[in-house]
Design a protein around this ligand. Structure first.
Ligand code: HDE
Length: 705
């Protein structure tokens, strides 16, 4: 057999065993043994040494029914490689979804910074963005109640800049030294190995109840921000204050914000729980499908810029990561957009191997003294050395800069570069073209002056743990406040220890007395526990409507999905009209029917389904329509999946459009008509209702705190 180019190259395969059949076959080899052969025209399969493989179905045996021989280097290489295919998963943020895209600057910050990416208007900088949950493993589900990581690697002309943020603008702790404790508390409990991917357990709430600085973050994580509808509908925050440095070396503080083009939207808890069962990859699939369809996810990048003098007047410390700077205090300025337009070619090579590090910043940007940020600067490189196994992980294509890079670092495991010449040091007189430092445009730190006493100290200005938690809660709509209260009741109901539940309710009293009462009532506490002593007085800040989700929902169906449940005999004209109106409003429409092949409509034509009823529950959609003939209604009133379809849509506060057959199904499900349940004749009304949730319905479908 002649050697062809390696697999992955363009060489054509000479079929193994010289057989050219193309449909799959079982053949006898020279020794009479059986081979399974699949034909076709492919490159030759080889070992990693390039040796062509004649048989990839059978290991080498001493005789047809005899032992496998150790000399089978093909088997050993294949299995050995397989055995080593997994690398340690990220200790946090293990489950992620990522995509390629670009950043385009629309407003120059030249007055504040020399960074080219923030000064060259119209320039498109390539980037790779990864979204993640925090607590679960790489194979966990997409929709637990959890913070979402929002990490962006910009491949700028001046090196890689990583903005490694979250979808929540504050964090649990003020000092990085507490991070291992926090993560140990939230992850599965070490003796029992559960719960995975959930905060609703004793160790998490035990730690939180003893960590008052986490109270602001607790309000955010108990809000629906932690159960997003889509990764395309989350905000992103760099969290910490960073610095921008201009030509003259003058420093301006900056906070980075990502704002989704589709607006904010969340699921509701019961829905998130059911999605976890119906589609574990709900968010990943959504992102994949959007990009494949050309509906490129997009965010605005906005900044809050402020001076040291302004910062000195804030009623909180901006170096404390448990604090936001309300938009009403320092407005957001939009400076550009991020568009994600390409799905990775290979999940492992890109999404898994990408290594973000907040210490990767470019000239013109600098760090602040936020102690949480300072701790992060060390952690990421350290963990990536372990996870990716070598100091040369920057050479993995997804991590390598796209601008030229050169230095005198050498050798190490998995070195892919082959530097030439005898010089691997600087300064030197033996090489004219070896890399040298560039004082004029190299990276400079801000010339900050530090003074004061050394020690393990927390600043007085970090002592107020409740004022912004109160501000957050009081800024919400009444529906969102109810969800926060109900989420707390749910989570604390999973906590076995009474003293932990009590301690949490005690903290809530500093945030909002009514919230504390609602949660205490939901937990059936016999009395309100006494509030703990605070380290600083609790202040009443003005509410900030920008903190709501409902206030930031967009009046659009773009990026949303509508499901139409049909069966044999459904009215094709009605379905068509609805499809037209919904797609016209930007929605994706999917037909759901009892059989995936579709349904035979009243006019005798077949309409193909996008999903079979049992595998396509209404939780996949933002609104649903039920178009059924009398015959279809007869069939589906006897099908639990159909009854659940409408019951869940109603329970999840979605708009429902029905014809007379649909009405029969709603009757069977005991659903009362309200203003979100519309006749199919009123398509316009349905499209309007589909753009939001029927919030007023909620108190009629579940007992809320
Ligand atoms: Fe991280 N974090 N983190 N974190 N973090 C990691 O780095 C760490 C924090 C964030 O998609 C790890 O490569 C410490 C805040 C994201 O690959 C690790 C502290 C914020 C990602 C690590 C924090 C984040 C990580 C694990 C306390 C929001 C995923 C794997 C000081 C601003 C990036 C890895 C990706 C990942 C450490 C706190 C965001 C262990 C010590 C605050 C989005 O290095």
């Amino acid at each position: 057999m002649t050697k062809e180019k390696n697999a992955g190259g363009t060489g054509k395969r000479k079929p193994a065993n010289g057989s050219g059949n193309s449909n799959g076959d079982i053949r006898r080899g020279a020794g009479g043994e059986i081979h399974q052969i699949v034909g076709g025209d492919h490159p030759a399969l080889t070992t990693n040494q390039g040796i062509p493989i004649s048989d990839n179905q059978n290991s080498l045996k001493a005789n047809p029914r005899g032992p496998v021989l150790l000399e089978d280097f093909i088997l050993r290489e294949k299995i050995t490689h397989f055995d080593h295919e997994r690398i340690p998963e990220r200790i946090v943020h293990a489950r992620g979804t990522a995509a390629h895209g670009f950043f385009e600057l629309s407003k120059s910050l030249a007055q504040y910074t020399t960074a080219k990416i923030l000064t060259e208007v119209g320039e498109k900088t390539p980037l790779f963005a990864r979204f993640s949950t925090v607590a679960g493993g790489a194979g966990s589900v997409d929709t637990p109640r959890d913070v979402r990581g929002f990490a962006v690697k910009f491949y700028t002309k001046e090196g890689n800049w990583d903005l490694v943020g979250n979808n929540i603008p504050v964090f649990f702790i003020q000092d990085a030294i507490k991070f291992p404790d926090l993560i140990h508390a939230v992850k599965m409990e070490p003796d029992r190995g559960f719960p995975q991917n959930a905060t609703a357990h004793d160790t998490f709430w035990d730690f939180i109840s003893l960590t008052p600085e986490s109270m602001h973050m607790v309000m955010w994580i108990m809000s629906d921000r932690t159960i997003p509808r889509s990764l395309r509908m989350i905000e992103g925050f760099g969290i910490h204050s960073f610095r921008l440095l201009n030509e003259a070396g003058k420093s301006t503080f900056v906070k980075f914000h990502w704002r989704p083009k589709l607006g904010l939207q969340s699921t509701i808890w019961d829905e998130a729980v059911k999605i976890a069962g119906a589609d574990q990859d709900f968010h990943r699939r959504d992102m994949f499908e959007a990009i494949e369809k050309g509906d490129f996810p997009e965010w605005e990048l906005a900044v809050q810029l402020f001076t040291q003098e302004q910062a000195d007047k804030f009623p909180f410390d901006h170096l404390d990561s448990t604090k936001i700077i309300p938009e009403e205090l320092v407005p957001l300025q939009v400076i550009g957009r991020m568009v994600l337009d390409r799905w990775p070619d290979n999940f492992f090579a890109e999404t898994e191997q990408v290594a973000y590090c907040p210490a990767n910043i470019v000239p013109g940007i600098d760090f602040s003294n936020d102690p949480l940020l300072q701790g992060r600067l060390f952690s990421y490189l350290d963990t990536q050395l372990l996870r990716l196994g070598s100091p040369n992980f920057n050479q993995i294509p997804i991590n390598a800069p796209k601008c030229p890079f050169a230095n005198h670092q050498r050798d190490g495991r998995m070195q892919m570069m082959q530097p030439k010449g005898r010089v691997a040091y600087e300064p030197n007189s033996l090489s004219e073209d070896s890399p040298r430092e560039t004082p004029a445009n190299g990276f400079h730190s801000q010339g900050a002056q530090e003074s004061g006493e050394k020690g393990r100290i927390r600043a007085e200005s970090f002592a107020d743990h409740y004022s912004q938690a109160r501000q957050f809660y009081r800024s919400q709509t009444k529906y969102e406040q109810t969800h926060i209260a109900s989420a707390l009741v749910f989570e604390l109901s999973k906590v076995d220890h009474l003293h932990i539940r009590q301690a949490m309710v005690a903290h809530l009293r500093h945030i909002d007395e009514d919230l504390a009462k609602r949660v205490a009532d939901g937990l059936a506490l016999d009395k309100l526990p006494g509030a703990p002593t605070t380290a600083a007085p609790v202040q009443d800040f003005d509410p900030s409507p920008a903190l709501q989700i409902i206030g930031k929902m967009k009046d659009t169906l773009e990026g949303r999905a509508i499901g139409i449940l049909i069966a044999d005999g459904s009215d094709g004209a009605v379905i068509k009209e609805l499809q037209k109106a919904a797609t016209g409003a930007g929605a994706k429409v999917k037909i759901v029917s009892p059989k995936v092949g579709g349904a035979k409509l009243a006019d005798g034509t077949m309409l193909k389904a996008d999903g079979q009823l049992a595998g396509t529950p209404s939780i996949m959609f933002d609104a649903v329509a039920v178009i059924l003939s009398a015959e279809g209604a007869d069939l589906l009133t006897g099908e639990a999946a159909a009854i659940d379809f409408v019951r869940d849509a109603f329970g999840h506060l979605k708009a429902i459009a029905i014809d007379s057959g649909g009405r029969a199904l709603l009757d069977k499900a005991n659903i009362e008509r309200d203003k979100g349940v519309l006749d199919i004749d009123n398509i316009k009304g349905f499209i309007t209702a589909a753009k939001t949730r029927q919030w007023d319905r909620e108190s009629s479908v579940r007992i809320l705190a």
